[in-house]
Every structure is written in C-alpha cells, then in structure tokens.
Ligand binder design. Structure first.
Ligand code: BT5
Length: 293
C-alpha cells in the first residue's frame, strides 16, 4: 500500500513529497504554488534513494551558496526547525572549523549540517562526535571502499591527510542539551589545487569523481542507523578507537596551555584523550593532535 506524506517547508516554500511503502523509496522536491522559488535550491537528481527516519523523511534544505550551513542551521533551529532538518550547500563562503578556524568549501565537496535534539545530559555531548565520526567512516567505506581512519578529536584521515571534518555545536539549558548542530565537511570531488596542504579527497584517493547526491544520501542513512545505537557509549567509543589513526602511537597535542608529548593510550566517553607521558598518564580534554615523528 502506498502512503504519501507531504511536509511543508516554509523556509524554502517547497513541498517535500515522500512516498513510503514502495520497494525503493524516493523523494523529490517540487515547486509549490510560490511563483518565485528561491534560486539557491538544488534539484536532486531523480532516482536518488531517500534516507528515511522511521518512515517520516527528512527536511532537506538545499542551497547553491551559503556562508556556512552550521550558521544557517543555528538561525533555523532558533526559529523552531524540526528535528533532523538537514541543510546542504554546494559552496560555503565562510565555512567554519573549530575554534574560529575556517573550512575551505568550494564546489565539489559535501558540506552539510544536521539539526538534532538528542535528549542527552550534557556530559554525553562528546559522544556525538564519536557517533558522527563512526557513521561517516562507515558511510565512506560502504560507498567507496575507501577506509579512512579517525583522528582525535573530529577528523577522518586517509594516510594522515584530512578527508573530512566535523563541527558539532550545541545549545544547553541547565543539565540538558536543547539542540545540537552536526556540521560535516567531506572532500568528495576536489582536486589538490582546491584543497589546503595536508588534505585529501575521495577523488584524489580513487582517481574518480562520484555523485554528491548518492554520497549525501548514503551518509545520512548511516548516520540515522548509528543514531539508534549511539546510546551505548562503550560500543561507540570502542568502535572509534578500533579505527583510530594514532592508536598506541607517539603523538604531540597542542593545547591552549602548551604541548603534550606521549603515547596515545585511548579516549574517554567524555571526549578526552589519554596520553602516557614521562610524568604519568594525562587526560587531555581538547587540542590539535599530530604524530610525533
Ligand atoms: C573541522 O575543524 O575539521 C570542522 C570542519 C567542519 C566543516 C563543516 S562543512 C559543513 C558545516 N558548516 C560549517 O561551516 N562547518 C561545517 P578543525 O578541526 O578546526 O579543522 C580546521 C582546519 O582544517 C583548518 O584550519 C585547515 O587547516 C584545515 N582545512 C580547512 N579546510 C579544509 C578542507 N576542505 N579539507 C581538509 N582540511 C581543511
């Protein structure tokens, strides 16, 4: 039996029509009665499989060009955007990394942000980053046979070159998380000239370009699949650690208070990393890590 769900997207003035109950689920965006649909909207190629969330579909908002999907997501979530709203843009003009760093986002990459309201206590926020990294790693492996490793705290790397970055921004109220914006940047079809030093892309690894739309869809599907199991903190952390690029390796971590040098022994569910130093084991909450060659 075919059931049709229709959801109004007021931001864009578009209708997202999702049919459920068919063997292969599809979505399409079509212009509604609004005679002036915004030009920033991309039309997904027909035949793109729909990521589904318990059969309800996702709100996917598409832009050709935007400052930052995370910044825009924050505006929308403050206005009440639904859980699992996803913003994706072809280009970001002011893509953001952690601590005010910038993220290069030219055409050819996958730049998107997901709005969630995870109903978790604030101590569990760091688990989100492990959940996303695990899902992204699996999505990439399933789609391309490329096996990225995770790098603390928020990267996916191939041969120590950065393939993807994750930026999670949250709003908290007392002990609760009000919302989280999960920003993901994946260098898909980017050439070396489009990337900063030390970065790579699926194109550079596989010598082939891939469909952004299919990649987007499969990553959302894996994120959703993993979301259900993300409450099991031991499983999430151990999956992350198993695929860690610097597992038991000598590393240097740059922190706000200087450098820490030692062997990486593991990560904690609170997001910190454990380093064995000459003065004993130290737990480091945040920083930038590199291998100690
Ligand atoms: C990150 O920060 O790795 C988080 C990146 C998150 C980007 C997504 S895209 C969608 C969403 N909207 C946003 O505005 N942001 C999110 P961090 O660990 O601070 O790394 C930033 C550093 O990575 C920069 O200082 C550069 O050295 C490097 N970098 C910049 N652009 C890059 C790229 N495209 N690929 C690899 N490395 C890059």
């Amino acid at each position: 039996m075919q059931k049709e769900l229709t959801r109004c997207n007021f931001e864009l003035g578009l209708l997202l029509v999702l049919r459920v109950g068919e063997p292969s689920q599809r979505y399409r965006l079509r212009a509604p009665d609004n005679p002036n649909p915004p030009s920033r909207v991309l039309t997904p190629k027909t035949g793109t499989p729909t990521p589904t969330r318990r059969g309800c579909g996702l709100n996917i908002i598409r832009y050709k060009r935007i400052s930052s999907t995370n910044t825009k997501a924050k505006t929308l979530v403050e206005k009440g955007a639904a859980d699992w709203t996803v913003l994706v843009s072809e280009v970001q003009t002011q893509g953001r990394g952690r601590s005010g760093r910038s993220w290069k986002s030219p055409k050819g990459g996958l730049w998107f942000s997901l709005i969630i309201r995870p109903k978790i206590p604030i101590e569990r926020i760091p688990l989100l980053q492990f959940w996303v990294a695990n899902a992204l790693r699996k999505g990439i492996e399933e789609a391309y046979g490329v096996r990225p490793e995770v790098k603390w705290p928020n990267d996916l790397v191939v041969d120590w070159k950065k393939l993807a970055g994750i930026l999670i921004e949250t709003k908290i109220s007392g002990p609760e998380v009000v919302y989280a914006i999960v920003g993901i940047g994946l260098n898909l079809n980017l050439s070396a000239e489009q990337l900063p030093t030390g970065a790579t892309s699926i194109f550079l690894v596989k010598k082939k370009r891939f469909s952004l739309e299919k990649t987007f869809s499969s990553i959302l599907t894996v994120l959703e699949r993993h979301y259900e199991t993300s409450r099991d903190e031991n499983a999430v952390v151990s999956d992350w650690w198993k695929h860690c690029a610097h597992r038991m390796k000598p590393v240097i971590i740059e922190t706000g208070n200087g450098k820490i040098r030692g062997k990486c022994l593991g990560v904690n569910p609170d997001g910190s990393i454990i380093i064995q130093t000459e003065r004993g084991n130290i737990t480091v909450p945040d920083g930038t890590l590199r291998l100690d060659a």
